[in-house]
Design a protein around this ligand. Structure first.
Ligand SMILES: *Cc1c(COP(=O)(O)O)cnc(C)c1O
Length: 416
């Protein structure tokens, strides 16, 4: 029995579905590497990325995936023998720390819980104890894609300040950039790392590192610099220096289109769309969770990411549910990874995601739960619809378009 065709809805948390406009923008002949027009595309993309990172700092683009940008960030500000502090809240900051270790950096970890965000009080205590300021940089993710936890970067900044510690704050925003608010300059983040294939809706292969003046000062003393990653080389005027070689032209054409689409929608509206569709997802999961078999991984409502939802489901059910969604209905859910491997699934709701994508996905999951007779509370999709109906109702729309950060705190999301 099949209810699907070749067209799939891919709700994995990266790479995400690429809009047809972006695919179309890449379908064009190669242009001369030395053309002024290509140089202009690079400069305009860097400028627009700065506005999405919300920084007046320097922006670097690498022909690499996110792991590449991790190395680009570390090698530009650190030296062999330096110490970094990894703030754990799942898988990804630890992975970044592993990379630092292989570069010859000492790694200390503030242990965390896969269900909770980094605790800023513990960060402050840990830094206060480092009286000699041995720790040169702090590595943290804004959203951990494996746990579905969202860290409060502004609060972590405050904790560093409260400890009067000079370490650089380095933030991985790969799974949150252009999905939820990030304020590089206002939160005094020194280095931020992003990638193209998540909420930026472009193919894997482009990654970004933003650096402020403190990071640039650290770069002048960094012993781990290599020519390929080095910011000083890339600061050169010639276009090829921006890539340390050939510009990945077609990836850039795709990115240019994706940035145009984000601009046309408006960054605030993009964030708002992500917030509503994420909350609709959580409302559905909360109802299903009443059946006892399944639950949201992130324990605290205010720590749940608006870009990915991580769902726990007993191992014996998870594979059957995901197979049904894909094979019968054409919806590809994300597998759980790391500590949660095999135990549940992930719904990526970032990038080119609409109400139809999410309601379709939730409807298919609910169909799977019923068809496979898995224990679940009835009416998850109805709860998601009720939430979206209320959030988009003309009478309440004035109230839902206020400042995002204030709004997020004021609104109590449901628990599961
Ligand atoms: C996807 C992801 C990465 C890794 O990106 P790659 O392109 O797979 O190297 C790193 N950090 C976070 C938070 C991610 O979601």
């Amino acid at each position: 029995m099949s209810l699907r065709t070749s067209r799939e809805i891919l709700v994995t948390p990266g790479p995400t579905m690429i809009p047809h406009e972006v695919l179309g923008a890449m379908h064009r002949p190669t242009v001369d590497l030395y053309s002024e027009a290509l140089h202009e595309v690079t400069l305009s993309c860097l400028a627009d990325l700065r506005s999405i990172f919300r920084t007046a700092g320097d922006m670097y683009v690498y022909a690499a995936n996110g792991h590449g940008a991790w190395e680009g960030a570390l090698s530009n500000v650190l030296s062999r023998g330096d110490t970094v502090l990894v703030l754990e809240s799942g898988q990804f900051a630890k992975g970044w720390g592993e990379m630092a270790r292989m570069l010859g950096v000492s790694v200390e970890t503030l242990p965390g819980d896969w269900r909770r965000a980094v605790n800023p009080d513990q960060v402050r205590a840990k830094l206060k104890a480092d009286k000699e300021h041995k720790i040169k940089a702090i590595l943290v993710v804004q959203v951990d894609t494996a746990s579905g936890v969202c860290n409060d970067i502004a609060a972590i900044r405050d904790a560093i300040d409260a400890a009067s510690h000079p370490a650089l704050l380095m933030v991985d925003v790969i799974a949150s950039l252009a999905a939820i608010p990030f304020e590089m300059d206002a939160w005094r983040v020194d280095v931020a790392v992003g990638a193209a294939q998540k909420a930026l809706m472009t193919t894997p292969g482009l990654a970004f590192v933003a650096a402020n003046a403190r990071a640039k000062a650290a770069n002048r003393k960094a012993g781990l610099r290599t020519l390929y990653w080095d910011w000083q080389f890339r600061d050169g005027e010639e276009h090829y220096k921006k890539y340390c070689g050939t510009c990945p032209e077609h990836l850039l054409f795709g990115l240019r289109k994706a940035l145009d689409m984000i601009k046309a929608e408006g960054l605030d509206a993009v964030h708002h769309r992500h917030r509503l569709l994420a909350e609709a997802t959580r409302r559905a999961v909360a109802v299903w969770a009443q059946g006892g078999a399944l639950s949201l991984n992130a324990a605290e409502p205010c720590e749940r990411s608006d870009s990915v939802t991580v769902i726990r489901l007993e191992e014996k059910h998870a594979e059957r549910l995901m197979d049904f969604c894909r094979n019968v209905c054409g919806v590809v859910l994300g597998v759980n990874i790391g500590e949660l491997s095999g135990q549940g699934f992930r719904i990526g709701h970032m990038g080119d995601i609409t109400a139809a994508t999410i309601l379709g996905t939730l409807g298919v999951i609910e169909t799977a739960l019923a068809s496979l007779s898995l224990p679940h509370g009835k009416g998850g999709v109805s709860a998601a619809i009720a939430y979206l109906a209320q959030a988009t109702a003309p009478a309440s729309s004035a109230g839902t378009r206020g400042p995002r950060m204030a709004k997020k705190k004021a609104e109590a999301p449901v628990g599961a």
